[in-house]
Every structure is written in structure tokens, then in C-alpha cells.
Design a protein around this ligand. Structure first.
Ligand SMILES: Nc1ncnc2c1ncn2[C@@H]1O[C@H](COP(=O)(O)OP(=O)(O)OP(=O)(O)O)[C@@H](O)[C@H]1O
Ligand SMILES: [Mg+2]
Length: 224
């Protein structure tokens, strides 16, 4: 589902990723860990096609990102649910509209959209907020809206960049349950986190530890 080989990425003369390699099959779960500035977000952005492949190879959902044509990017993005670190939600739109947007873009029927969005909002305990404008939400609520928006398309791959950063312990755990459920149904997940408890609670995951853009350790056992 994801194959990365000798991937390097530089911003100017600073190498944010250095010779990173890994492979994920459908249903695999990968944690990206490492100190601030290690390259986690950069790697996510390359996998999402928002930064180009400069060196090495990256293939995502059968698409070779090094040879990506503009038309294919659209196809690729339909397979990937993303939760970015700065989880931008559309202020001025309701929670429901924010989550429904990617389904509207896909041209899905209104009734199906209603059904899907309600189910996702329920699973993230946002159902009572459906009609709230997003600017009136707390940080943690906005983060959950971003997560709802990423999973509502039933993606093959989820790229989640510290999605539990703003959530309290209990909510973070419930949220992990949502990710685990998707993973159980075959969704491949790449998840950046600093939280050791989350790593310990996902024992089947692989772990890629980055430092200064390079792979320090890669392991299959729980971390911490
Ligand atoms: N747009 C940019 N322009 C220049 N340098 C950048 C840019 N984005 C990231 N970098 C640099 O690339 C390196 C990797 O950054 P990245 O955001 O991938 O780290 P990270 O592991 O996600 O860190 P954090 O845990 O703080 O989110 C850092 O040294 C950062 O300063
Ligand atoms: Mg980051």
C-alpha cells in the first residue's frame, strides 16, 4: 500500500528526510516517532503528494509519486484521509458541513452523505455539535472535526499527524479506538505521535523512529 525507498527531502540546503525506507501492506499500522524537527510532518506531506519526491521513491496506493501527474493527484487524495498537525477546519461552516465536504466533492447522494456524516460524528461524540459553526469549538473539538473529515471518505490510507495532541486522556483513548476500528477493517495507518501510552496500546504496530530526518530505529515491538 505504501512503499518508500531511499527517500530524501531538502528544504534549501537542509535535509529534512535522509534516506528513509519502509513498506506497508494493507492493514498495517505505522507509528512515526522522534523529536520535534525529526521529519515526521515532512514525510507525511510527501506521502500525501503535497511535497514532491526529490530523491528516492515513494509509491502510495499504487501511484508512483515521483511520476505523479496532476490528474492522478485527485485520484490519490480520494484514497487518503489526512489529519494535519494544524488541523485546519473551515471557520464559518458548521461541523456537519466540514465533515460532509469531501463527500459532496465526490458527488455522493445527499441521503448517503447525511447517513455517513451522522455515523462518523456519533463515533467521535460530535453529534450534538453538528450544527455548530466551527469557530465556536474548542481546540480538541476542532481536532475531532478534522479526524471526522479524514475518515468519512472511508480511505484506504490514513495519515494522522499528532491527531490526539489537543485531547484529554479519555478522549484520546476513545479516538484511538476509532483508528483501531478502521485499521481492523484493513485501512493502512501512518500515525505521528509523541505519546508513549498510545504506542503501548497499539502492540501490533510498526514503529519508525526518526531523528534529524534519518531512520534511527525500526521495530515491530511496542515502544517505551
Ligand atoms: N516549509 C519549510 N521550510 C523550511 N524548513 C522546513 C519547512 N518545514 C519543515 N522544515 C524543517 O524540516 C525539518 C523537519 O520538520 P518537520 O515539520 O517534518 O518535523 P516534525 O518531526 O514534524 O516535528 P514536530 O514534532 O515538531 O511536528 C525541521 O528542521 C524543520 O525546521
Ligand atoms: Mg510535525
Amino acid at each position: 500500500m505504501i512503499h518508500v525507498q531511499s527517500l530524501s527531502y531538502s528544504f534549501g540546503n537542509h535535509w529534512a528526510l535522509k534516506d528513509v525506507s519502509f513498506s506497508l501492506a494493507p492493514g498495517d499500522f505505522l507509528f512515526l516517532v522522534g523529536p520535534s524537527g525529526a521529519g515526521k510532518t515532512t514525510l507525511m506531506r510527501v506521502l500525501h503528494g503535497s511535497l514532491p519526491v526529490q530523491r528516492g521513491r515513494a509509491e502510495v496506493a499504487g501511484v508512483d509519486l515521483g511520476k505523479l501527474k496532476a490528474g492522478r493527484l485527485h485520484y490519490l487524495r480520494r484514497q487518503i484521509g489526512v489529519v494535519f498537525q494544524d488541523f485546519k477546519v473551515l471557520a464559518g461552516r458548521t461541523v456537519f458541513d466540514n465533515v460532509a465536504l469531501p463527500l459532496y466533492v465526490q458527488g455522493m447522494k445527499k441521503q448517503v452523505i447525511q447517513h455517513r456524516v451522522r455515523a462518523v460524528l456519533r463515533s467521535l461524540e460530535l453529534d450534538t455539535k453538528a450544527q455548530c459553526p466551527c469557530q465556536e469549538l474548542s481546540g480538541g473539538e476542532q481536532q475531532r472535526v478534522a479526524i471526522a473529515r479524514s475518515v468519512v471518505i472511508k480511505p484506504k490510507i490514513i495519515l494522522a499527524d499528532e491527531p490526539t495532541g489537543n485531547l484529554d486522556h479519555e478522549l484520546g483513548q476513545r479516538l484511538m479506538h476509532v483508528f483501531h476500528q478502521f485499521n481492523k477493517h484493513g485501512t493502512t495507518i501512518v500515525f505521528a505521535t509523541h505519546n508513549r501510552e498510545i504506542l503501548a496500546n497499539t502492540p501490533h504496530a510498526n514503529i519508525l523512529y526518526l531523528r534529524d530526518g534519518a531512520t534511527v530505529v525500526r521495530e515491530n515491538a511496542p515502544y517505551g
